[in-house]
Design a protein around this ligand. Sequence first.
Ligand SMILES: *Cc1c(COP(=O)(O)O)cnc(C)c1O
Length: 374
Amino acid sequence: MPKAQETVLEIDLNALKHNFEHLKSRLHNDTMFMAVVKAFAYGSDACTIANYLQNLQADYFAVAFVHEGVQLRKAGITTPILVLHPQSANFNALIQNCLEPNLYNIKILNEFIAIASAEKLSEYPIHVKFNTGLNRLGFAENDVDAIVSKVKGTSAVKIKSVFSHLAASEDLNEKTFTLNQIEKFKAIAKNITQQIGYKPLLHLCNTSGILNYPEAHFDMVRSGIGLYGFGIPIAIGTEKDNKNLKPIGTLKTIISQIHSIEKGESIGYNRAFTADAFLRSATLPIGHADGIGRQYGKGKGYVIINNQRAYILGNVCMDMIMVDVTNIDCKEGDEVIVFGPSNTAENLSETASTISYELITAISQRVKRIFVEG
Ligand SMILES: *Cc1c(COP(=O)(O)O)cnc(C)c1O
């Protein structure tokens, strides 16, 4: 790899392929794979990632919002795209771009059927989501009759899939709860399938569901974080599953300047750090506007310089952080690893009591993405 000369997020497409193939190897041959590429493919770059996965024959894509799906269509994605959280204000754009809505309550189902009928659509694919315990988005079990009568009353839409989402699939201490969700989902799916008279696709598992609940893969699985290299969080899982997944992103930066700080001097805004002995600090061109939030400051987060940890001194600035390099052999211009395969985003996220999902999706769009095949 070339040494970084500015702040860059390097994305390893071979690692993405490896993760895709590993996750697929955990499925039956005929189980479909929905690649979740919402939020810029978890901060990577949705268009590049989706194009790459389309070439690898991913069966479906999922995004959260309509405009994310529109971007994928503009980038040449022809694979079906599920929009997990559409708003009725965007239904025209959704239809124009052949995006498929998740419909999760009677209000949005009615709104979609109204527009689909007005547009004289025929059997437009819709996805119906049920709440089985997450209490976030989804119809209740006893909405089935109402859904069926609405959908049977029109030829404008057809139920392509029925799905739900697990609340704690990563946590085996919650196994009883999860098994209950699975049973609820099975009962709902059976009821709606019988009443509607055809077989929609069924799907329930996210990445940790794929790994922990092979009996619940149904017709399709939805994987996001696993594609980007993280599985069961190390805080609650075992290393076993995750050693087969490779983080695809390496966030790199460089040392812009090194300062010698005398005892009693402070560093950064609000003088949040004061040296109690002589030290050397390095200033790096990455800050909270790049996705390294203030919660990583004041000695919590660290970066890697010449294989050693350099902790953040004082407050994180908008465009910079200062780190302690007193005991590290380094000079201005040297490369810095913020996170990567060996010091993972998951490790760094834990220093600020958060999770890999939040850290990687927060890397802002001003950080240049570079694609490599490592
Ligand atoms: C984001 C999301 C996923 C992907 O979950 P991962 O844990 O990243 O695999 C799957 N399903 C739904 C409904 C989601 O919102």
